[in-house]
Design a protein around this ligand. Structure first.
Ligand code: ACM
Length: 533
């Protein structure tokens, strides 16, 4: 063999080895659609010169993150040819609204996208590449083309059962942004607490945000914490959190439960319930009996007022009204409710809930938003123990609702998708973060597929994504919250973003290890999953 040919062969083998090694060590979570490594590397200066074309809002975020996480200072310039890092918004850059292209070449780093969220996700991938680089500055040359599998990738935090506060929420929003999750589902209202200031009804927080004690030790336990629990967000604090989320391209979906899980507001305003009796904010968990008197016009006005105030505050296009686990005992005991059911020729009290929910969905649609609810809003018998017969109600649910599937037969999810509903798959047995790691180990979380196997292809688009839900009945502290959430949240991020063909659990675990180390450096100590040891 000629010397020249031999040299060429050696260079080729070296490049192939580098490529193979890089592919193995691709450090990004969630895994991108396609990554191609090329020969050579590129090194940023400590003072990075950035050119950002048509980019309005990202620069302060990038400057703060690069400084804090990588020790790199970002200076912007007006001339592209002077820049090391180029961000370009171009409506033709990517067919997916959240997609991006990232290339590292001998000329620098170039991210293009058709929207700011797309650029934002390109920046998140770049941050992860730089964090994985030993000097935080040198990268292998590469090309990434990326876009999410689903447009809805949510994390839910229940602050009604335990209030965790602004600092915890902001930290979760930071982590969500890093993992390219884009919906913060904020469960602000439940039996055990009302956590958001409503100006028209001040007692909701003056009374409803405080309880005298808290059940500990699990459902049915007689043990109590022995101390009061309280907390709520003023509208000013909510605005601050909305702005923080917006800077991270995270939409907040507030959840205001109705017509069940309503004890905290009924404690504040007893006339909201059918019994009109004074109650305390409950200190035990589980399904409670107090349910809104939804056929009373004054109660309907109250609920519409609250929804209107929340929609105006959040300026959101989706509001969640819960709708789960309603108990009808108080309705059954109420003369007016019984007469109403008879007059309507309903066969069950559930029909009254469905009628109410349908009316709410129309009200919300008129306000320019979509109603979201747990899958009870479709009026199916999810809870076998309820033994409910249904009638056809004359009102119809608004077509723009978003249904969050959490319980019941998977057939119902398939049927709802075929009926054209938009669905978020949050099946409890696969996505509930309050379930322990024996019930939902990391691998099970990772392998959850929001699209049921028997759903015909043409309806796949109706499954808009998935969520993971942190219920906090028995999660009083940040430490427990972190143990339950981390590291499973990373698995759910990959469920929401990565195409099944790109998923590989062992490779995910390899990518996860350094991320866990970085979380620990932020004071976030997750569950010590055996896979990570
Ligand atoms: C739920 O877990 N009750 C939605």
């Amino acid at each position: 063999m000629k010397k020249k040919t031999l040299t060429l062969l050696i260079v080729l083998i070296a490049a192939l080895c580098a490529y193979a090694q890089n592919e193995q060590n691709m450090p990004i979570i969630p895994a991108p659609q396609s990554v191609t490594y090329n020969a050579g590397t590129y090194t940023l200066n400590t003072n990075v010169v950035m050119y950002a074309k048509n980019v309005k809002n990202l620069t302060p975020y990038i400057q703060a993150e690069f400084q804090q996480k990588l020790g790199l200072k970002i200076n912007t310039v007006k001339k592209k040819d002077q820049a090391q890092l180029i961000l370009e918004l171009n409506k033709d850059a990517h067919s997916d609204a959240e997609g991006y292209k990232l290339s590292v070449t001998k000329n620098g780093i170039h991210i293009t996208a058709s929207t700011e969220p797309g650029l934002f996700y390109g920046i998140q991938s770049l941050m992860q590449l730089l964090l994985a680089s030993s000097n935080h500055k040198t990268l292998s040359n590469l090309e990434i083309t990326d876009a999410p599998r689903f447009s809805w990738r949510s994390y839910m935090l229940d602050e009604a059962r335990h209030f965790h506060g602004t600092k915890s929420v902001k930290q979760m929003l930071d982590v969500m942004a890093q993992l390219k999750m884009n919906v913060f589902h904020w469960h602000l209202v439940d039996d055990q607490g009302w956590r958001i200031e409503i100006k028209k009804y001040p007692l909701l927080t003056q009374v409803g945000s405080k309880r005298t004690d808290t059940q500990v030790g699990g459902f049915g336990s007689e043990k109590r914490a022995g101390c009061a629990h309280e907390g709520y967000y003023t509208q000013e604090e909510v605005k601050e959190i909305i702005a923080y989320a917006k800077a991270r391209h995270i939409k907040i979906v507030p959840e205001i439960e109705m017509p069940g899980h309503a004890s905290a507001s009924i404690a504040a305003y007893p006339w909201l319930g059918t019994k009109n009796e004074k109650i305390d904010v409950p200190i035990v968990f589980g399904k409670h009996y107090h349910t809104y008197n939804v056929i009373d016009p004054k109660v309907q006005d109250f609920l519409e007022d609250v929804i209107s105030e929340v929609l105006a505050l959040f300026k959101t296009d989706v509001i969640h009204i819960g709708g789960d686990e309603v108990r009808f005992n108080h309705w059954e005991e109420d003369e007016k409710m019984v007469a109403y059911k008879k007059q309507k020729n309903f066969s069950s009290f559930m029909d009254i809930q469905i009628e109410f929910t349908n009316i709410m969905s129309q009200f919300i649609q008129k306000k320019g938003a979509s109603m979201m609810g747990w899958n009870e809003i479709l009026g199916k018998n999810l809870h076998a123990s309820d033994n409910i017969q249904f009638s056809e109600t004359s009102t119809k649910i608004a077509p723009n609702v978003v249904v969050q599937f959490w319980a019941g037969d998977l057939k119902e999810l398939v049927k709802a998708a075929q009926d054209g509903y938009r669905l978020v798959n949050s099946h409890s047995g696969s996505t509930y973060l309050d379930y322990d790691y024996a019930s939902i180990p990391l691998k099970k979380a990772y392998h959850f597929d929001p699209i049921p196997k028997n759903l015909p292809q043409q309806y796949h688009q109706n499954i808009i994504g998935s969520g993971c839900q942190m219920w906090t009945e028995f999660v009083p502290t940040k430490e427990i919250l972190n143990k339950m959430t981390f590291p499973r949240i990373a698995a759910y991020a990959e469920v929401g973003w990565t195409q099944p063909a790109q998923k590989d659990f062992d490779n995910f675990v390899t990518r996860l290890r350094p991320v866990v180390g970085r979380w620990e450096a932020m004071g976030i100590n997750g569950y010590p999953c055996p896979e990570l040891q």
